[in-house]
Design a protein around this ligand. Structure first.
Ligand SMILES: [Cu+2]
Length: 214
């Protein structure tokens, strides 16, 4: 899955940063474990000495983990800030999660079960749930946020490449949770505009057609 949004770089960096730290710790700890097992093997008769108190050592093993965790927090916090502050000129789409589908609604009332958006434009997604907790997740764009009943939540993104990508529900929400997929279709702006105009016209015609029945 290739990275495809303003977040991709920073999210991927945070991911590899944490994996890197974890891997370095794994290597150092495993190496020391094996080293001491061999060094203090009973057959060698080496006597271990207990050390009580060593200020420089204690400062080092406090400071290093504090710095590492603060660095991880820093990258997480910066990403969170970014996700929480959509640009003023964002296009707003309301995404409603329910057991077990997503519905997208544009500001003129147009509804769709696929999320169509223009490329290179900031899009703010308002997240609404009508029943239980869901989570709106677009792996290709590296964005995910919980969708919770009676609570306003949102995220935003700017897609950098056109294409069609999965949208998943990432919070177990009942029997058919694993089928709760839809698609985001990222289109060049002119294609998006013509889709939007066509779909809006269609919606208006159907609305006038059915007013007499209702
Ligand atoms: Cu769900």
């Amino acid at each position: 899955m290739f990275p495809n949004s303003t977040y991709a770089e920073s999210v991927d960096f945070a991911f590899w940063f944490i994996v890197g730290i974890s891997f370095a710790l794994l290597v150092v700890i495993s190496f020391l474990m094996v080293f001491f097992v061999i060094k203090y093997n009973r057959k060698k008769q080496v006597k271990a000495v207990n050390i009580h108190g060593n200020l420089p050592l204690e400062i080092i093993w406090t400071l290093i983990p504090v710095l590492l965790t603060l660095a991880m927090f820093y990258f997480g916090w910066m990403g969170y800030q970014d996700l929480s502050n959509p640009p003023e000129d964002s296009m707003v789409v309301k995404s409603t999660g329910q057991m077990w589908k997503w519905t997208y609604e544009y500001d003129n009332g147009l509804k769709s079960d696929t999320l169509y958006v223009p490329v290179n434009k900031p899009v703010k997604i308002d997240l609404v749930s009508v029943d239980v907790n869901h989570s709106f997740y677009i792996p290709a764009l590296r964005i995910k946020r919980d969708v919770i009943p009676n609570r306003e939540n949102f995220l935003w993104f700017k897609a950098e490449n056109t294409g069609s990508f999965d949208i998943a529900c990432a919070e177990y929400c009942g029997l058919q949770h694993s089928y709760m997929y839809s698609k985001v279709v990222i289109m060049p702006e002119n294609e998006f505009n013509s889709w939007f105009t066509d779909a809006t016209n269609k919606m208006n015609t159907t609305l006038t057609d059915t007013t007499s029945i209702k």
